[in-house]
Write a protein that binds this ligand. Structure first.
Ligand SMILES: Cc1ncc(COP(=O)(O)O)c(C=O)c1O
Length: 372
């Protein structure tokens, strides 16, 4: 039977490091320290260096928790508004709701699918406390325009880097541009663990709060508790695995970019819109999302050809009852609604072979040559 091309392939990703990962697991088991030990500390420092930051990042339990703890550390809570794109992964919005703040949904730019700064500016009210800029699909949001807006209105600018680790805006890595950066190590992410994990970047002062919040709100050594403390730590085992993989991150982003370049080269003549890379942006290509009026039939054709695709995301947050109740939507979100009908994520992962890339390209070409 012909093999299927997956949308991502975390198993093959990890197979590249199998011996080192097994050694790392043995090392942790033998160490006797399973929480907040040397593996976590060295990973936090190493990742801080990759972000060109003076402070090490703070490892936490997941990307969602990174967002929740960053929002709490920024002093945001009940009654505060946080501006967020409706076109994003659910957790960007769920994190805002989890701390009882109010998401305010705004539109995105048609080419990058990231926050439209003009719409952000128009959505600001007296209750607005923060902007959550999601670097969706791996392309950096327009921080050059968002940062002055945040500064002018006294807002905290938080970066959701879950899909964009390794992306840059000129010489600045994402996660080092705003006030706080939030990362996910979900297995299919650009730096995937062998389970859940996340990290927060930012100033030493804010990270001190995140450090306390991730361990019940304790301030060592007194153990006087901060309110709203949680238990959300990156554990030693995941940190040890991430220490194995982090040095390869840049090379992995290059591999992702190579697949993207081949797709762009060979799909250029078809009636589909291809992802863009704005001048000054370095796209990490977590996802390769095309737009087409023939999305559903193309998706079905690819599925029949043994190619898995994805919809990131099928429903904008502002139309989902579970996410939108009690929120505010600023403007018509016309771009968001248009994207929702047209987007399709093609397979893209680091270990993709040339034969797999050819298979995807061939199937997309067949679909359009067959009359669409
Ligand atoms: C944009 C975005 N934000 C946040 C998250 C949440 O990350 P995690 O799954 O590690 O909680 C994800 C993961 O899917 C994401 O894509």
């Amino acid at each position: 039977m012909e093999s299927t091309v997956g949308l991502a392939d975390p198993k093959r990703d990890l197979a590249r490091f199998e011996d080192q990962l097994v050694d790392a697991a043995r090392r942790v088991i033998a160490s006797g320290f399973y929480i907040n030990g040397t593996e976590v500390r060295s990973f936090e420092e190493a990742m801080g260096r990759t972000l060109q930051l003076e402070s090490p990042v703070v490892g936490v339990g997941s990307g969602t928790d990174a967002l929740i703890l960053a929002l709490l550390a920024a002093g945001i809570g009940l009654g505060d508004e946080v501006i967020v794109p409706s076109h994003t992964a659910g957790p960007s919005v769920a994190a805002i709701r989890a701390i009882l703040a109010t998401p305010v949904f705004v539109d995105v730019e048609a080419d990058t699918a990231c926050l439209d700064p003009q719409c952000v500016e128009e959505a600001i009210s007296s209750k607005t406390k923060a902007i959550l800029a999601v670097h969706l699909y791996g392309h950096p949001a327009d921080m050059d325009r968002l940062k002055p807006i945040a500064t002018h209105h006294g807002l905290i600018l938080i970066e959701d880097c879950a899909q964009a680790q390794g992306a840059r805006l000129r010489d600045r890595p994402v996660g080092s541009i705003g006030d706080l950066g939030c990362f996910s190590f979900y297995p299919t992410k650009n730096l995937g663990a062998v389970g859940d994990g996340g990290a927060v970047s930012g100033s030493a002062e804010r990270l001190k709060i995140v450090r306390k919040l991730r361990t019940y709100g304790w301030s060592e050594p007194q153990y006087s508790d901060l309110p709203l403390g949680r238990c959300s730590r990156l554990d030693e085992m995941q940190a040890a695995f991430l220490n194995v993989k982090l040095p390869l991150l840049d090379a992995d982003i290059n591999s992702r970019r190579r697949v993207a370049e081949i797709y762009k080269d060979r799909l250029v003549d078809l009636p589909i819109e291809l992802p863009v890379e704005r001048p000054g942006a370095y796209h990490a290509y977590h996802l390769f999302v095309v737009k087409t009026d023939f999305r559903d039939p193309l998706r079905e054709h690819l599925s029949k050809s043994g190619i898995m695709t994805g919809l990131h995301y099928p429903f904008p947050a502002h139309v989902q009852p579970g996410l939108s109740e009690g929120t505010r939507t600023a403007g018509s979100l016309a771009v968001t609604l248009d994207l929702q009908a047209k987007i399709l994520s093609l397979p893209l992962f680091v270990t993709m072979t040339d034969a797999e890339i050819d298979k995807v390209i061939g199937a997309v070409q067949d679909f359009f040559r067959g009359g669409h």
